[in-house]
Ligand binder design. Structure first.
Ligand SMILES: C[S@@+](CC[C@H](N)C(=O)[O-])C[C@H]1O[C@@H](n2cnc3c(N)ncnc32)[C@H](O)[C@@H]1O
Length: 456
């Protein structure tokens, strides 16, 4: 048995998920296993686990070889931003139209059937200015766009590698939100067959990289459920340090499925940690006791207002103000999971509601700020970031990061397809979820060179 497999077996078999020497120094890479960036660390762990150390060089080499990848860059760009640069006689125009058709976007476009291809860009830019094109069809455009400012970045690669290799070109984020595999032991459109020890190893290195990509004052949010919440929190304490904890949001929802002999498990936790001195701006909500009573209080002249908002006056003691709006608490019961038939559902099983991301993003960031999600899935974070005028970096390693993917024999729209619809403002799913006004945008897409053709 080779060294790496031995370590993997040891980690999988550990009774405690938290084995600092291993998780601090090794990296778990799906499809490859455990690797070590440093030979010294590898030897140290070998010594601790009492396994032979002579193959450490091989394990370190595996890591270095895996890092040898170069990325191709493409763009998703609104037609109004490139209409005069667009050459339409390439034949690729037909492929672009086919993409719009597959995304249910083309049927929203009103245009004469007789319109020649060369007149289309100007016509479309005038009537559908935000309509996005994929430059994979128009390579000549890519040179023209390469120095332009982008509204977002999508990386279709394994997140540890992407963050390691692209750390210098990515913007520093005001907020990280991640919704990783929950260690359910199940297979979705992605693999979630993590044991807790392996999950620990997988998460730690990625959290450290995620932290390195934060601005000095920023938030890190980790979405988990009861399976790995305590380990996630433990790792966050370690990565961000004591005193960085801000909140545990309990997102409570209703869904079918009731276990026997236990209360139904109907909530996820979102741990919010702080870097620096950031403060959340917490939304205010009408207190339940004032629900349906404001009009009556106003009519009776009992509702007053100052710069903090409306209040009623109580005559007890020296008198006191009671504001009718108060901050929402850390238990959220007003956001439902997305039902399977909802327009918002892109077909992705573990897709999170846009309303949930909206609340998190608005409380932690302002317009123009940058967000990072390196377990991006169907792209809820970048979709809501765009809708709320935030920049985004979204990283996804599985095929559902691309335009389309097939799962159990059915084809669905993936993250890039979703972003096309979101930027256009129309398609098979959009508009849905968070309401917004579309605007013209440029999104840069990094794809490992050997995987370029898989995006479409
Ligand atoms: C729970 S889903 C995220 C769902 C997402 N929040 C949404 O609303 O669609 C977790 C995602 O992380 C991705 N993932 C898991 N391990 C990864 C890795 N090492 N690199 C990149 N993506 C990964 C999976 O493919 C999956 O899409």
């Amino acid at each position: 048995m080779v060294y790496r497999e031995k370590i993997l077996k040891l980690i999988k078999g550990m009774s405690s998920p938290v084995c600092p020497p291993v998780y601090r120094h090794s990296v778990f890479i799906p499809g490859i296993g455990i690797v070590f960036p440093s030979e010294d660390d590898c030897i140290e762990v070998a010594r601790m686990l009492n396994v032979e150390k002579d193959v450490c060089r091989e394990v370190v080499n595996a890591y270095n070889n895996w890092l040898k990848v170069s990325y191709k860059t493409h763009y998703i760009v609104s037609i109004s931003l490139i209409k005069y640069a667009l050459s339409v006689d390439s034949g690729e125009w037909a492929r672009q139209i086919e993409l719009w058709q597959r995304l249910g976007m083309w049927e929203h476009i009103v245009m004469s059937d007789a319109m020649p291809y060369e007149d289309m860009p100007v016509y479309l830019a005038e009537h559908y200015p935000t309509l996005p094109l994929y430059t994979g069809f128009f390579p000549a455009l890519e040179e023209k766009l390469k120095d332009k400012e982008t509204h977002g970045i999508v990386i279709l690669d394994e997140n540890y590698r992407a963050m390691t290799l692209l750390i210098d070109v990515l913007p520093r984020a005001h907020m990280v939100y991640i919704d990783p595999p929950f260690a359910t032991g199940r297979e979705f459109a992605y693999d979630d067959k993590y044991t807790l020890p392996l999950w620990t190893v997988m998460m730690y290195g990625r959290m450290v990289l995620g932290r390195a990509l934060l601005k000095t004052d920023a938030f890190f949010m980790l979405h988990v459920d009861q399976r790995a919440d305590y380990i996630g929190r433990y790792l966050l304490e370690e990565v961000f340090g004591k005193g960085s904890f801000v909140n545990e949001i309990i997102w409570a929802y209703y869904s079918g499925g009731v276990p026997e002999g236990a209360y139904p498990r109907k909530h996820d936790s979102i741990y919010i940690y702080r870097q620096g001195h950031s403060t959340l701006s917490v939304p205010q909500r009408l207190k339940p006791k004032f629900q349906g009573k404001l009009e009556d209080l106003r009519k009776k002249g009992k509702l007053f207002e100052d710069d903090r908002g409306p209040y009623v006056w109580h005559n007890r003691g020296r008198g006191e103000k009671e504001y009718v709006y108060g901050p929402i608490s850390d238990v959220w019961t007003d956001i439902s999971i997305i039902n399977n038939m909802a327009k918002e559902r892109y077909g992705f099983r573990t897709q999170k509601p846009e309303a949930l991301l909206k609340r998190l993003i608005e409380s932690a960031t302002s317009e123009g700020d940058a967000l990072l999600d390196f377990f991006a899935g169907s792209g809820t974070t970048p979709a809501v970031a765009y809708k709320l005028k935030r920049q985004f970096v979204a990283i996804e390693g599985a095929p559902h990061g691309g335009f389309f993917y097939t799962h159990k024999g059915k084809t669905y729209t993936g993250m890039l397809g979703r972003l096309m619809e979101v930027i256009a403002g129309f398609g098979a799913h959009e508009p849905t979820g968070v309401s917004y006004t579309p605007y013209s945008a440029i999104v840069k897409v990094f794809v490992p060179e050997d995987n370029d053709s898989s995006v479409l």
